[in-house]
Design a protein around this ligand. Structure first.
Ligand code: ADP
Ligand code: F6P
Length: 319
């Protein structure tokens, strides 16, 4: 294999740049050419492709976001678009492709593999919603960002004797809310994996108030309920003033944590090794402290495993 391509797709995640850097440098060290495709599958459809060299990835390991840009492409979702994408890759002499992204991006990668492009997936998303890997690139940085915000909200909530509902990203996965709620010492965690009861939260708030707790921090995974209605109901029922903070896209930015840089670096290099072995349709993951590979089909079909133990722990520690 002489020439490979690399793209980032879906929501950006801190640590994507480490993976790009590792892939580019490993490819060049092995005498391959590597082309960057800007803005995910959308850029591919427009032939937004450039030759990368050792300097293209200089000074990026500490940078959030993705230097390649990312996008969501509707056009690429259907067969016609995918065939056009595969043809463009062939026209540019790209025989192998590294796709860094989430579930949707991996489905696109599988389609390209079926169309004869050797394709390897690297999991990059703050959601940690891919069941075949313990962690995705970006997740740990996002936990830092969210737990830092929870800490700040704790200060002001304690000062004012308030509760706060903090809406956290995650798409359909409660991991970010759970891990950051636990790390931030939040009192209540609402996630899609569990039915939630406002009665329980009311009871917890009242119990906390009786024992002199000044704040009550409720970490709410997006999509489970409307934070404003939840806050209004809690305030009406407890008499405790309850504010709302929607953290939004701030959760996706920032310099990647060391763990995300390590995940990105090891996975980026491994992806090139797999292409050198002429492998295709593989997703790289991190399981029990080691890099693993599974087929992309398996990667996208495996449901994310929610940690009941951590959920129970977070509840017990916040009583
Ligand atoms: P993520 O990769 O983070 O899950 P998306 O779900 O938005 O993000 O997917 C990113 C891109 O991957 C989409 O814009 C689309 O171009 C492509 N994609 C998503 N789903 C599919 C699919 N079922 N088949 C082919 N391509 C897909
Ligand atoms: O998949 C990452 C993610 O940040 C999700 O947590 C969130 O639901 C979504 O992307 C937001 O997407 P957009 O950047 O298009 O608003």
């Amino acid at each position: 294999m002489n020439t490979i391509g690399i793209l980032t797709s879906g929501g950006d995640a801190p640590g994507m740049n480490s993976a790009i850097r590792a892939a580019v440098r490993t490819a060049l060290n092995n005498g391959m050419r590597i082309k960057g495709i800007r803005n995910g599958y959308d850029g591919l459809m427009h032939g937004d492709i450039y030759e990368m060299n050792v300097s293209s990835v200089a000074d990026i390991i500490h940078k959030g976001g993705t230097i390649l840009g990312t996008a969501r492409s509707l056009e690429f979702k259907d067969r016609e678009g995918q065939e056009r994408g595969a043809q463009i890759l062939k026209d540019y002499g790209i025989e192998g492709l590294i796709v860094i992204g989430g579930d949707g991006s991996f489905k696109g990668a599988k389609a390209l593999s079926d169309l004869g492009i050797k394709t390897i997936g690297i999991p990059g998303t703050i959601d940690n919603d891919m069941g075949y890997t313990d962690y995705t690139i970006g997740f740990f940085t996002a936990i830092e960002t969210v737990s830092d915000a929870i800490g700040k909200l704790r200060d002001t909530s304690s000062s004012h004797g308030r509760a706060v509902v903090i809406e956290v990203m995650g798409r359909h996965c409660g991991d970010l809310a759970l891990y950051s709620g636990l790390a931030g010492g939040g009192e209540s965690i609402i996630v899609p994996e569990h039915e939630f009861s406002l009665d329980d939260i009311v009871e917890k708030m009242e119990h906390g108030r009786k024992r002199g707790k000044l704040h009550h921090l409720i970490t709410l995974a997006e999509g489970v309920g409307d934070p404003y209605s939840i806050a209004t109901e809690l305030e009406e029922r407890t008499g405790i003033e309850t504010k709302v903070t929607v953290l939004g896209h701030v959760q996706r930015g920032g310099s990647p944590s060391a763990v995300d840089r390590l995940l990105g670096s090891t996975m980026g290099a491994r992806a090139v090794e797999l292409l050198l072995e002429e492998q295709t349709n593989l997703a790289i993951g991190f399981v029990d402290g080691k890099l693993i590979e599974v087929s992309i089909d398996e990667a996208v079909s495996k449901k994310s495993q929610f940690s009941e133990n951590l959920y129970a722990l977070a509840n017990n520690l916040s009583k």
